[in-house]
Write a protein that binds this ligand. Structure first.
Ligand code: HEC
Length: 125
C-alpha cells in the first residue's frame, strides 16, 4: 500500500524535470547559435578552422538530441534535431575533405539555416 503511494508520487517527477530542463535547452541553443556563426565566418577561411567549427556544431546538436527537453518531445521536433545533426556532420565531412567543395558547403549551410528557421516557426514562441 505504502509502496503504491510512493510510486504515484514518483510518477509526477518527469513534469518537474521538464520545467528544469528548459533553461538547459536554451543555453545549448545559444551555444549552437555561436557555433553556427563561427562556421559561417570560417566558410572562406582555413580548412582546419572550418572543420573544427563544423565538428563543434555537430557535437552540440548531438548533445541536444540527448537532452531531457528534447527526449520529451516527439515526432517533428526530434526529426528537426536529427536532421540538423546529420547536416552538421555532413558539413564536417565536407570541411575536412582533401579538396574543398565550396558549393556543397554553401548548399549544406543554407539547408541547415532553413532547418533552424522551420523548427523555430513550429516550436519557438
Ligand atoms: C529542434 C528544433 C530547433 C532547431 C533545429 C533549432 N532550434 Fe534554435 N531554438 C529552438 C527552441 C524551441 C528555442 C526556444 C528555447 C527556449 O524558449 O528556451 C530556440 C532558441 C534559439 C535561440 C535563442 C536562445 C536564447 O538564448 O534565448 C537561438 C539564438 C537559436 N535558437 C538559434 C538556432 C540556430 C542558429 C539553429 C540552427 C543552426 C537552431 N536554433 C536550430 C528550437 C530549435
Amino acid at each position: 500500500m505504502r509502496n503504491a503511494k510512493k510510486r504515484t508520487e514518483n510518477e509526477k517527477l518527469p513534469e518537474l524535470k521538464s520545467t528544469a530542463a528548459v533553461p538547459v535547452f536554451t543555453k545549448r541553443m545559444a551555444a549552437i547559435s555561436r557555433s553556427f556563426e563561427k562556421l559561417k565566418k570560417a566558410a572562406d577561411g582555413l580548412a582546419r578552422q572550418r572543420s573544427y567549427s563544423a565538428l563543434l556544431l555537430s557535437d552540440d546538436f548531438r548533445e541536444l538530441e540527448r537532452s531531457p527537453f528534447a527526449t520529451q518531445h516527439g515526432g517533428d521536433f526530434r526529426a528537426f534535431l536529427e536532421f540538423s545533426t546529420k547536416l552538421s556532420a555532413q558539413l564536417h565531412q565536407t570541411s575536412k575533405a582533401a579538396s574543398f567543395d565550396a558549393k556543397k558547403f554553401g548548399d549544406l549551410m543554407k539547408e541547415l539555416a532553413q532547418n533552424c528557421t522551420r523548427c523555430h516557426e513550429q516550436f519557438r514562441n
